[in-house]
Design a protein around this ligand. Structure first.
Ligand code: SAH
Ligand code: SF4
Ligand code: F3S
Length: 441
C-alpha cells in the first residue's frame, strides 16, 4: 500500500435519506474539529468522503460509477473514504471492485472516522469498520449545520421491521433509541442558537423507546417534552410505520402546538396479498381505519406516503388497488418507487417478474395521479391563511421571500429582509409550479 499525506481539506457527497444527510454533517463536524477545511468540490479537497445509500440498485450504481471514475491519475493523491449503508451492505467486496477506496466506515461507526483516518495515514493500509449494531453514543454538538432555522435530530437508529424488500435493517442494524434527555438537551441548544424547526429522524420514529422500557418514554411522550421547549416553533418527524401510529400519537398531533399536521406513514401498496408478501403487518382496511381516525381527530391533517410498484408477482389488478387506495386517500406527499431487488433481502426468493417497462408504466400512472393531488391540495389553500417560516429571499423573483408552510409546501410572498427567520401569516392568492403565492396579513 502507498501512504498518503495527511489531508488538509475534505469534500463530502451524500446519497440517500435524511439520516445520511445528518450523518454527513456529523462527520463533517468531526473533520472540522480536527482542523480540516470543508470544500465544495472534489478537485479542491484532499479527502473525499462518499456517504452512500443501498436502498435501490440505482443508488448504488451512482456511487460505483462516481468512484470508478476516480481511478484516474488526477485523483491518485487524494484519500477516498466510503461511509454509510453501502459500506455495511458490501463490506470488503467493495475494496475488490474499487481498489482506489482507502477506507470504509459503516452507519454504526461514525465515531470511528478520525481513528480510522489516522490508522490509514500511519499504515497506508485499507481500513474497514462495519459494526452490525449501533452502540456508541455520538457527540451531536459537533454537527456542521448549514441551515440556521431548520435542523434534523436523530432519535432512533436502525430498524426491526424487516419488510421483505428492504435492505435498511441489514445496513443500519436493530433499533437503538437515543436517551430522551440527550434529545431534549440538543433541541434546547439548537433553539438557543436560532433553530425554529426540528425534524426528528428515525427509520421508524414511532418505535422510539420500545427498546428501553426502563426509560418509560415512548415517542408521544418525547413529543410532549419537546413541545415544552420555549422558542421551538415546529416539530416534524420522519418516518412512521403504520402499525405504530397509535391513538396517543394522533392525539399529540391534535394537541401539541409545535407538532406539524403532516404525518408520513407509508402504505407501500394497496393490495392485501402484496402487503402480506411485503411483511408490512397491516391490511389495507387497517390502514384506512388509521387514516379515518387521524382525520376525525385532526381534520386538516396532511398525509404522506411511500409506494412501491412492481413488487414480485404484483398483478395489474393489484396495482390498480394501489391506484385506488391513493385516489381514495389523497396524499399530500407521495414518493413512488419501482421495486428494485436487494441481494440478501427475503423478497429475492421471488422472481423479479414485473418487466422494467411495466414497472415504469405503473410508476408514471401513479405519478400522474399524484400530480392532481399536488394541485388540488394547493388550490384548496387559495384564499386561506397559512403560516410560513421565512427562510430566505427568493432567487428568481427577488421581491419575494421564501419559506415552508407547516404542511411542507413552498410559499412566496413579498416582504423585507427583516422578516427572514420569523413565522408569518400569509394569505394565499395563487399557485405556480407547486409553490403557493400570497401576501402577508
Ligand atoms: N423507514 C422508512 C423508509 C425507508 S426506505 C419507512 O419504512 O417508511 C424509503 C422508501 O424506499 C421505503 O418506504 C420504500 O417505499 C422504498 N424502498 C425500500 N426498499 C425498496 C426496494 N427494494 N425497491 C424499491 N423501493 C424501496
Ligand atoms: Fe425498510 Fe420497512 Fe424498516 Fe422502513 S420499516 S426501513 S421499509 S424494513
Ligand atoms: Fe439509503 Fe441507508 Fe437511508 S439505504 S435510504 S441511506 S438508511
Amino acid at each position: 500500500m502507498v501512504k498518503k499525506n495527511p489531508p488538509k481539506s475534505f469534500y463530502i457527497r451524500t446519497y440517500g435519506c435524511q439520516m445520511n444527510e445528518l450523518d454527513s454533517d456529523l462527520m463533517a463536524g468531526a473533520l472540522i474539529e480536527r482542523g480540516l477545511v470543508k470544500k465544495e468540490t472534489e478537485e479542491e479537497a484532499d479527502l473525499l468522503l462518499f456517504n452512500t445509500c443501498s436502498v435501490r440498485d440505482l443508488a448504488e450504481r451512482k456511487v460505483m460509477g462516481k468512484i470508478g471514475r476516480m481511478g484516474r491519475r488526477s485523483f491518485s493523491n487524494k484519500i477516498i473514504g466510503v461511509t454509510g449503508c453501502m459500506a455495511n451492505n458490501k463490506k470488503e467486496s467493495l475494496f475488490a471492485k474499487l481498489p482506489q477506496i482507502d477506507f470504509m466506515i459503516g452507519t454504526n461507526n461514525i465515531h470511528d472516522l478520525n481513528p480510522v483516518l489516522d490508522e490509514f495515514l500511519t499504515t497506508g493500509e485499507q481500513q474497514i469498520r462495519t459494526d452490525g449494531t449501533f452502540t456508541h453514543e455520538l457527540d451531536y454538538s459537533v454537527v456542521d449545520r448549514s441551515d440556521p432555522l431548520k435542523a434534523y435530530v436523530t432519535i432512533i437508529r436502525g430498524c426491526d421491521k424487516y419488510c421483505t424488500y428492504c435492505i435498511v435493517p441489514y445496513t443500519r442494524g436493530p433499533e437503538v433509541s437515543r436517551e430522551p434527555q440527550s434529545i431534549v438537551d440538543e433541541c434546547r441548544e439548537l433553539v438557543a442558537k436560532g433553530t425554529k424547526e426540528i425534524t426528528l429522524l428515525g427509520q421508524n420514529v414511532n418505535s422510539y423507546g420500545k427498546d428501553r422500557p426502563d426509560w418509560g418514554v415512548l415517542f408521544h411522550d418525547l413529543l410532549y417534552q419537546l413541545d415544552k421547549i420555549p422558542g421551538l416553533e415546529r416539530v416534524r418527524f420522519m418516518t412512521s410505520h403504520p402499525c405504530d401510529i397509535s391513538p396517543d400519537l394522533m392525539m399529540a398531533v391534535r394537541d401539541l402546538p409545535s407538532l406539524c399536521e403532516l404525518v408520513h406513514f407509508p402504505i407501500q401498496a394497496g393490495s392485501n396479498r402484496i402487503l402480506k408478501k411485503m411483511h408490512r403487518m397491516y391490511t389495507k382496511e387497517e390502514y384506512f381505519e388509521k387514516v379515518a381516525k387521524l382525520r376525525s381527530l385532526v381534520p386538516d391533517v396532511s398525509l404522506g406516503t411511500d409506494i412501491i410498484v412492481g413488487f414480485p408477482t404484483e398483478t395489474e389488478e393489484e396495482f390498480e388497488e394501489t391506484y385506488r387506495a391513493m385516489e381514495e386517500i389523497g396524499f399530500s406527499v407521495a414518493f413512488i418507487y419501482a421495486y428494485s431487488p436487494r441481494k440478501g433481502t427475503p423478497a429475492t426468493r421471488w422472481a423479479d417478474d414485473v418487466p422494467e417497462s411495466e414497472k415504469q408504466r405503473r410508476l408514471q400512472k401513479l405519478m400522474a395521479l399524484q400530480e392532481n393531488f399536488y394541485l388540488r391540495d394547493r388550490e384548496n389553500l387559495i384564499g386561506q391563511v397559512v403560516e410560513v417560516l421565512v427562510e430566505k429571499r427568493n432567487q428568481k423573483e427577488s421581491q419575494y421571500l421564501k419559506g415552508l408552510t407547516r404542511c411542507w409546501k413552498n410559499a412566496l410572498f413579498p416582504g423585507g429582509d427583516e422578516l427572514i427567520g420569523t413565522l408569518q401569516k400569509v394569505k394565499i392568492h395563487s399557485i405556480s409550479h407547486h409553490t403557493l403565492i400570497g401576501d402577508r396579513v
